[in-house]
Design a protein around this ligand. Structure first.
Ligand SMILES: Nc1ncnc2c1ncn2[C@@H]1O[C@H](COP(=O)(O)OP(=O)(O)OP(=O)(O)O)[C@@H](O)[C@H]1O
Ligand SMILES: [Mg+2]
Length: 504
């Protein structure tokens, strides 16, 4: 907790922002002191990112007060906000894929040497210094394209640190990080706090909020609810403030009859990415795929579904081989993949919510020439409401939804196809506590109806609560297979961070 007389670096008071008929902020307030890490929490669509974007100069407020270091400000561009010492790390990384890591970090403010020439060596040197300080091992010369979300986030953080910002805002920076990466980020955040900077940390993970922050502000429906010192509150109190009712975060899987093998993966190998991966997903079963970010889990999922190739091994669905690199064949065989990076891979950002939800079933239905607008709207409405998608209307453009609501739309899209096997990568990333248990309940219900589910998750409580069997991957290999009854956070974490006994 900063001392009470620490200066207020950022103050928002009763800030209002509308987009046409949508009121994103009714009364957003936040008071950030120097030397503080301040959590900003609330349900999906509560207005957190909108508040941040006003501070960042991306949006202009319609009303209310906004002060930096006590002086009234009204940014009309992100450049103004940056110049005033504000750095923002967004929910979605915003790197330029074609540019190198170094070029991304120095975007818009190249170091120049003699005669005003761009000093590449100096920039590269600075990046190396930053990466050493942050404990990161990324090649400064490689293009940003193809970097994992975790690495992209780290680069955004490096960029903010290099800007020497006095206010650092992180909008769900840890959503794609796990274990070691989160710890590293927290260490960096604490050292920035100790230097007297003010940090705002947005997260749906309470364990992180309690581990890192000293103060917490809760928002609901676009309005400020309360600010409390972390030491004086509990997760249950915060949930009540966020949702206005009690909710349980986890919904343990219901027992389902585990039936015949559906998806069988044997000896799948893609050199340098994953090796000798074998597993089976049976009807009614949820198989958890645990491990640290970068262990190769998403890569396996993508190969099984056919969006990426592999060199050796086989994928069989209900006894029939699926050729490599054939997602259409995988889909026809009854497999669906909900990807990790949903905004890029799962959503047509300029299309409406309803269109996005029915996109995959339209393809199915239209084969029989059956689709009508009425059917489509009914399906869209049903799935939007099952996942509690908060959108103004079915034709609301997906780009304007809050981050968590975009995640829900992509989930809805694939669940609506009612696949036999659902491969789902981080099912509740970015989803608020209220809906999280709803997603878990849905997955459990679908397994109960005979669906086989392969669930990749970096959240141990989710894996332990939902999986009938846990496969753990580390550095591209399966290091353990643990039955539900035997799975504990200790043995899963151990397998995620140690080579398997056999391999040792
Ligand atoms: N550019 C926009 N156009 C229209 N509506 C918008 C726009 N940006 C945000 N909204 C709406 O404003 C509301 C608040 O969204 P915001 O992104 O601030 O929520 P959030 O608290 O960050 O949620 P999440 O936890 O899901 O990230 C949502 O209903 C959203 O649909
Ligand atoms: Mg947001």
């Amino acid at each position: 907790m900063p001392t009470n007389d620490a200066p207020v670096v950022l103050e928002l008071s009763k800030v209002v922002k509308s987009f046409g008929a949508v009121i994103a902020l009714r009364s957003g307030s936040l008071r950030l002191q120097a030397g503080s890490i301040h959590a900003l929490i609330g349900e999906n669509g509560a207005g957190k990112s909108t508040l941040v974007k006003i501070v960042a100069g991306l949006y202009r407020r319609d009303g209310g007060d906004f002060r930096l270091d006590g002086a009234e400000v009204d940014f009309t561009s992100t450049a103004q906000s940056k110049a005033a010492g504000v750095a923002v790390i967004y929910q979605e990384p915003t790197l330029f894929p074609d540019l190198s890591v170094t070029e991304n970090i120095f975007m818009g403010r190249q170091l120049t040497g003699r005669f005003g020439r761009i000093d590449r060596k100096a920039m590269r040197h600075e990046v190396e210094r930053l990466f050493t300080r942050l404990g990161v091992a990324i090649d400064p010369d490689r293009p940003a394209e193809g970097l994992s979300i975790a690495d992209q986030q780290v680069i955004e953080i490096a960029k903010a640190v290099s800007l020497d910002a006095k206010v650092l805002i992180m909008d769900e920076p840890t959503a794609a990080l796990s274990g070691v990466e989160v710890e590293r980020l927290f260490t960096i955040a604490r050292s920035l706090r100790d230097e007297g900077r003010g940090l705002i940390f947005i997260s749906h993970r309470f364990d992180e909020v309690f581990a890192l922050c000293d103060t917490v502000t809760v928002m609901r429906d676009g309005a400020y609810i309360a600010t409390t010192p972390i030491a004086d509150t509990t997760p249950a109190d915060l949930v009540r403030q966020m949702v206005g009712r009690d909710v349980t975060e986890l919904f343990p899987k219901q027992d389902a009859a585990i039936g015949a093998p559906l998806l069988e993966v044997e000896n799948l190998t893609s050199p340098g990415i994953f090796h000798d991966i074998s597993f089976t997903v049976r009807s009614g079963e949820i198989v958890g795929l645990a491990g640290l970010v970068g262990a190769g889990r998403s890569e396996v999922a993508r190969a099984v579904f056919g969006v990426d190739g592999y060199q050796e091994g086989t994928v069989t669905m209900k006894g029939r081989r699926i050729r490599r690199g054939q997602p259409t064949e995988a889909m026809r065989a009854g497999i669906a993949l909900v990807p990790e990076d949903r905004r890029k891979q799962g959503l047509v950002i300029e299309s409406g919510v309803g269109r996005n939800i029915t996109m995959a079933i339209r393809r199915q239905l239209s084969r029989f020439g059956l689709i009508t607008t009425g059917m489509e709207n009914r399906a869209a409405r049903e799935w939007a409401s099952r996942l509690e998608v908060k959108a103004h209307a079915l034709d609301t453009v997906a780009a304007t939804l809050s981050g968590g609501n975009q995640q829900k739309v992509v989930l809805a899209k694939w669940l609506a196809t009612q696949p036999d096997v659902l491969i789902i990568d981080e099912p509740t990333r970015g989803i608020d506590v209220g809906t999280k248990s709803e997603v878990h309940r849905l997955l459990s219900e679908l397994a109960g109806q005979g669906m086989g589910i392969l669930m990749i998750s970096s959240e141990l409580p989710e894996v332990l609560g939902m999986a009938d069997r846990v496969l753990v991957m580390r550095e591209g290999r399966v290091t353990a297979e643990i039955a539900r009854a035997d799975a504990t956070s200790e043995n899963v974490m151990f397998a995620a961070t140690h080579a398997s006994e056999h391999a040792a």
